[in-house]
Design a protein around this ligand. Structure first.
Ligand code: HXC
Length: 259
């Protein structure tokens, strides 16, 4: 996949998307969003890809949407021109395979919101998170007002969004914004380790578990439990379920085929 503002590499079933605007701290302009949306669409249906990692490289994740570009936009330009950001984030969030954000340095504004669209977040000990949009006279428009409170609770999310203050990796771990903090030079390796573990599991079961969690957040508990029960039942039609349980009985590791 050839893009200008992102790089996409696929190795051993794991696709790594790297944001590639280093000179502006990976500021996300409309081209990045359009390319991310296209990459996510392609990776979602690429059978050779079983997990996706998104990173900004070893210095910075992303300092947010491109302020110099946004400064020139009117309301209609934003409604139309920045819509790919919503599409990109939703495609990453909903793709039927795990998405891991590997975060070094700043993850601010739209950069932080991009990490929220991932399933799990691995952060460097030097990472810094924040939604500073309020300081620009706007609000977090890349899902921050919706995904952040669902992840860490409304109280802490409101504090971060109303102040625009940054938090470090340790605090991000404490409030549940990230899953894991590791030394800065081990972030990508740790994300790959996690991706490999996900890939070793039954991919149909994993994708349905992801769907249950994501769809469940749009339902009340009763409907969510019903949805879960249907997905659970469906898995008994897969070879992976037969193999997983047979392997347990035979005291060996399962060899899942993803069907
Ligand atoms: C455009 C940016 C940028 C951004 C940094 N740069 N962030 N350009 N948009 N969001 C550019 C700078 O202009 C500069 O380019 C170069 O990157 C290096 O940045 P510096 O500021 O010189 O670096 P430093 O002093 O280390 O400060 C780092 C920083 C600061 C604290 C991250 O850059 C910063 O506050 N950036 C803005 C963060 C922010 O407000 N993000 C939210 C954006 S709104 P030049 O050419 O001058 O050297 C948003 C809405 C999301 O994200 C909506 C979703 C659709």
């Amino acid at each position: 996949m050839a893009f200008e503002t992102i790089l996409v590499e696929i190795e051993e079933g794991i696709a790594t998307i790297t944001l590639n605007r280093r000179d502006v701290l990976n500021a996300l302009n409309s081209q990045v969003f359009t390319e991310l949306a296209e990459a996510a669409e392609n990776l979602a249906v690429d059978d050779s890809v079983r997990a996706v990692i998104i990173t900004g490289g070893d210095k910075v994740f992303a300092a947010g949407a491109d302020i110099k570009q946004m400064a020139l936009l009117g309301a209609v330009d934003v409604a139309i021109g920045l819509r790919p950001s919503k599409i990109a984030f939703e495609r990453l969030e909903n793709m039927p395979k795990p998405v891991i954000a590997a975060i070094n340095g700043y993850a601010l504004g739209g950069g932080c919101e991009l990490t929220l669209a991932a399933d799990v977040r691995v952060a460097a000990d030097n990472a810094q998170f924040g939604l500073p949009e309020i300081k620009l006279g706007i609000l977090p428009g890349g899902g921050g007002t919706q995904r952040l409170p669902r992840l860490i609770g409304a109280g802490k999310a409101k504090e971060l969004i109303f102040t625009g203050d940054l938090i470090n990796a340790e605090e991000a771990l404490r409030v549940g914004l990230v899953n894991k903090v590791v030394p800065a030079d081990q972030v990508l390796a740790e994300a790959k380790k996690m991706a490999k573990k996900f890939v070793s599991r039954g991919s149909v079961a994993l994708s349905l578990a992801k769907a249950c969690i994501n769809e469940g957040q749009r339902m009340d508990l009763e409907m969510g439990l019903e949805y879960e029960h249907k997905c659970f039942s469906l898995l008994f039609a897969t070879e992976d379920q037969k193999e997983g349980m047979k392997a347990f009985v035979e005291k060996r590791k399962p060899n899942f085929q993803g069907k």
